[in-house]
Design a protein around this ligand. Structure first.
Ligand SMILES: [Ca+2]
Ligand SMILES: [Ca+2]
Ligand SMILES: [Ca+2]
Length: 260
């Protein structure tokens, strides 16, 4: 974990420069609890990440438009640093939904850690203004101590790989305060960049294998998704809003195949 103390002047500069959450031009992944919104069910104390905006800005020709064109983020070349980068998606906490927002005071009643559980070697998620770098499995940041819950992240890949090779980061959120009223960890959430993984590579790591089959079983059957969104962590391989036998057949067709 690499999380540094924040200098007040930097915080002020950041607050002034950031737009309000509602009209932020960048994609964010808001998180909360009680995904189904119904009080009294199993997920009431389980963290979840709202993936509605995931890949919203994925058309490199129209980078600010809500297209969901690709289920990966394009990366853009930065000549000065000879690297590829993109400034989304970030994170935020859900505040406008009574049934899904977290209860209590951040870092007192709960401490939401955003952990990187898997990442492409050489790839990184950063916010240099507040000293955040996630670039290897096990790195995490404490979201509950941030002065602004609206967290921006920049993703960076070195020039040769960032031009064409699959990059990914998988996050999992957990509550680090074990006070008897602890939230359960979220499901893993993967965000991919540059190009799409093989169809069926659900636990994204460049190969289609048992772990992916188990992940598909986890989302099976899903029948109420929207086909524009990656609600099921790529289990909906043909992007029709359902996780069904067609997706299983696609996964099987790539069984034990590697991303080139
Ligand atoms: Ca519930
Ligand atoms: Ca895999
Ligand atoms: Ca499908």
């Amino acid at each position: 974990m690499k999380f540094l103390n924040v200098m007040p002047t930097i915080v002020m500069a950041l607050l002034i420069s950031l737009p309000a959450s509602a009209d932020c031009p960048f994609d964010h992944l808001p998180f909360g609890c009680n995904k189904d919104g119904i009080v009294g069910t199993d997920d009431d104390k389980k963290l979840f990440v709202d993936c509605t905006q995931k890949y919203r800005h994925s058309d490199p020709e129209h980078s600010g438009d809500p297209t969901w064109l690709n289920w990966y983020y394009p990366m853009y070349y930065n000549e000065r640093y000879d690297r590829y980068q993109i400034g989304e998606p970030g994170f935020d906490s859900i505040t406008d939904d009574q049934d899904r927002r977290l209860a209590g005071v951040p870092d007192v009643d709960y401490r939401i850690m955003i952990e990187c559980v898997s990442i492409t070697p050489g790839f990184a998620a950063k916010n240099t203004a507040i000293g955040i770098t996630l670039d290897e499995a096990g790195d995490s940041l404490n979201h509950s101590v941030l002065s602004d819950s609206h967290l921006h992240l920049q993703y960076r890949a070195p020039a040769p790989a960032g031009a064409a090779e699959l990059q990914w980061i998988t996050y999992q959120l957990y509550d680090a305060i074990a006070d008897g009223n602890q939230y359960e960890p979220s499901e893993p959430i993967t965000v991919v960049f540059v190009t799409k993984p093989l169809a069926g590579d659900i636990v994204v790591d460049g190969i289609v294998d048992m772990f992916d089959l188990a992940a598909m079983a986890h989302y099976w059957p899903a029948v109420n998704g929207a086909n524009s969104n990656d609600y099921y962590e790529r289990a909906d391989a043909d992007r029709n809003g359902l996780v069904d036998f067609t997706d299983l057949a696609i996964l099987a067709s790539n069984w034990l195949c590697f991303t080139e």
